[in-house]
Design a protein around this ligand. Structure first.
Ligand SMILES: [Zn+2]
Length: 495
């Protein structure tokens, strides 16, 4: 008896240590805390609670049940920082961490038949969850007893175009109140979608074995699945669609405090760096993912994908740095439009950091009609912009060795039609400093020889109160240059 008491006390102490309690917010007093589930297993993951201590609905948001549907996990990671006015918000952003890391629908290490987490919840009264992780999630739901459960997923295609996929739908449990609120979420979201084929539709009920179906039928929790579409759409747009739906939902329950584009915590550590990576129109394939990979090791860095709607809506105020990755500078400018471009220029003018890689350096430059004109550099030999891709060598200047890396000699780096830069001598902008020069060149497609070699490859400048970093070549897609990318972003953030 005594021994079991002692074990019980020990367990409670361990639980207290594992759970972290945080913050009273001044605006809306709410206690925030987080805790782990499936502790000590490969499935261990955290959930986050905002509790106002005022009567109101208990809402649970789940993301990342399927590892190849990242927008749900990302949106939930944003939503967990939202303030609410009453009730309680519980967010489990990365339900299935190992699958998210593998970008796979299935759970690793489990046999077929048990590897789909969203079929492992009780299918009938008296049934048990079929795996360790579904059991842990089921126990969490049993202990928190939410009134509502929203599970954020993605489909492979737009369901209005391809009925085999559930992409761009809300799948509601068979409960009148669920269909009603889901319908209003769709109305609000569909106003933001122009293409009629890509508008969201109401479906239901969720498939048997799914978390939402089990929660509705076994525990009478009002549940639904939100499905965005990952085909041909940037992550920023899909995560925003989730946020718009959840925000409308919380508004209908009179719980919402801020808007749908709150992406980060306002209780930030002093040394935190908040970075917005533009991933929408004009951005090429792997740039944003490579940047996230390179930057993630920086302690207290917060990385968020943003699109045009967020930027024109003023979201950059939440960040220290905005990154324009590779792709096409003119297409990025066109997608951003006058309002988006102006928002970036004003952000930098007011003290923000800008980092442009290849297309992002074109965008920052001074002499295109669509240029942001935030660095005193012209692009020269514009006629031969398509001079080719391949490995080139750059050499850091003294300033480059001080700011980026104390690597002496020549550095191999990937080049892909980046801008050839020269001083613009615009009297309104301070001169740029070169951090590196090209020491070899690429001159395919009739580009003349000798133009690229010895021009500045990496430059920095000031604009208003802000900082501008531009790299013509691609350190973010060159293995071994990850530390250089991290330094560039630290510098852009004023660290
Ligand atoms: Zn899914």
């Amino acid at each position: 008896m005594q021994q079991s008491n002692r074990i019980c006390v020990c367990l409670r102490l361990a639980l207290l240590l594992f759970c972290s309690i945080a913050l009273q917010s001044p605006a809306f007093a709410q206690k925030r805390w987080s805790c782990g589930i499936a502790q000590g297993t490969m499935w261990e993951t955290r959930y986050y609670v905002a509790d106002t201590n005022k009567p109101g609905p208990v809402v649970m948001i789940v993301g990342g049940v399927h590892g190849n549907e990242p927008a749900g996990a990302r949106a939930a990671e944003h939503i967990r920082h939202w303030r609410i006015t009453k009730g309680k918000l519980i967010v489990l952003p990365r339900a299935n961490n190992p699958a998210l890391k593998n970008n796979s629908r299935s759970m690793p290490a489990l046999p077929k038949g048990r590897s789909n987490l969203n079929r492992n919840f009780p299918k009938a009264d008296g049934d048990r969850p079929k795996c360790t992780l579904s059991k842990a999630i089921w126990e969490l739901i049993g202990s928190q007893r939410p009134d509502w459960l929203l599970d954020l997923h993605e489909g492979s295609d737009f369901t209005r175009i391809n009925s085999k996929s559930v992409g761009s739908s809300v799948i509601a449990a068979k409960m009148p109140e669920v269909a009603e609120l889901a319908g209003r979420m769709l109305d609000t979201l569909n106003e933001t979608i122009e293409d009629p084929n890509k508008k969201f539709v109401l479906k239901g009920p969720p498939v048997n074995g799914s978390l939402a179906r089990a929660a509705a039928e076994r525990l009478k929790i009002k549940s639904m699945i939100l499905e965005t579409t990952y085909k041909d759409q940037p992550i920023s747009r899909r995560a925003r669609q989730h946020r718009i739906m959840v925000h409308r939902f919380l508004s209908d329950l009179a719980m919402a405090a801020g808007g749908p584009d709150v992406l980060v915590s306002d209780a930030r550590p002093d040394d935190a760096i908040y970075v917005a990576i533009y991933d929408a129109g004009g951005v090429g394939g792997k740039g944003p993912g490579n940047l996230e990979h390179d930057l993630r090791p920086i302690p207290n860095i917060v990385l968020r994908r943003v699109g045009v709607a967020e930027i024109t809506g003023g979201v950059l105020k939440q960040f220290d740095v905005v990154i324009a990755p590779g792709g096409s500078g003119s297409k990025q400018a066109r997608a951003l439009g006058d309002d988006g471009c102006r928002a970036i220029v004003e952000f930098v003018e007011n003290g923000g950091g800008y980092a442009g890689f290849c297309a992002g350096a074109y965008l920052a430059s001074n002499n295109y009609t669509w240029s942001l004109k935030i660095i005193d550099a012209d692009v020269i030999d514009r006629k031969h912009w398509k001079r080719g891709t391949g490995q080139v060598k750059i050499e850091l200047t003294g300033e480059g060795r001080r700011l980026l890396s104390d690597e002496p000699g020549l550095i191999d780096i990937r080049y892909a039609n980046g801008p050839i830069l020269a001083p613009a001598q615009d009297a309104n902008i301070p001169d740029f400093k070169a951090l590196a020069h090209f020491r070899t060149e690429i001159n395919k497609n009739n580009a003349p020889e000798g133009v690229m070699k010895d021009t500045p490859a990496v430059i920095v400048g000031r604009y208003g109160h802000g900082r501008v970093f531009c790299s013509s070549p691609h350190p973010e897609s060159t293995e071994g240059l990850e530390p250089l990318v991290r330094q560039a972003i630290r510098w852009s953030a004023g660290r």
